[in-house]
Design a protein around this ligand. Structure first.
Ligand SMILES: [Zn+2]
Length: 197
């Protein structure tokens, strides 16, 4: 995958995000065939299989950027993939999430080589965008922007305490709402820290 191409797409997608015009974004995404055609990924299955065997512990490295990935639950793939992406799937097991911010791949499945980019995900993926409006906490709607504004106004953010409290009460649904399939607090802490610097 061409990182240069991805960076250009990402820049365009950010501009579209600020304008909140999904149609325009969709148009730009359509100009990037690799994110639409998971069939391309399937053609590469055998190649990926060979790499897996040779690399041993690199088995679960992202096939695009080579960095480590995280296992996600089936419910995460089922909840976060778009309808178009889901149309190709009969089950949602075995997917992994790539958290690398410079990598266009969001989900992949080592078993059959399936790959899904940001346009196959129903929400803007925190790690894969620089859009200020994007959510960092998907359960309770804290965006990067809302945290930045709070820190600017008060010097700190109540988001971490608020999220922790709600999680303690069992109100979180991270596997269904967060594209990474797990708790957002690490990312929220990083956003708060960056806002305070
Ligand atoms: Zn990656």
């Amino acid at each position: 995958m061409g990182i240069g191409h991805w960076n250009r797409w990402r820049k365009n997608a950010q501009a579209a995000c600020h304008e909140a015009r999904p149609q325009r974004l969709r148009k730009q995404l359509d100009s990037v065939p690799r994110y639409r055609a998971h069939t391309v990924a399937m053609d590469e299955t055998s190649q990926t299989g060979q790499v897996d065997k040779a690399a041993g512990k690199m088995k679960f490295a992202c096939p695009t950027c080579g960095h480590s990935s995280r296992a996600i639950k089936a419910i995460t793939a089922r909840s976060l993939l778009t309808e178009a992406a889901r149309a190709h799937l009969t089950n949602y097991d075995g997917f992994r999430f790539c958290p690398t911010d410079s990598c266009p791949l969001v989900y992949f499945r080592p078993e059959d080589g399936l790959r899904f980019g940001a346009d196959s995900v129903r929400v803007t993926v925190f790690q894969k965008s620089e859009c200020q409006d994007r959510l960092v906490c998907y359960c309770f709607d804290h965006s990067v922007l809302s945290i930045n504004q709070e820190v600017k106004r008060d010097g700190s953010s109540s988001a971490i305490e608020s999220i922790t409290e709600k999680c303690r009460n069992g109100e979180d649904r991270c596997p269904e709402t967060n594209p990474q399939g797990s708790c957002c607090l690490g990312n929220v802490r990083a956003v708060v820290k960056a806002a305070q610097e």
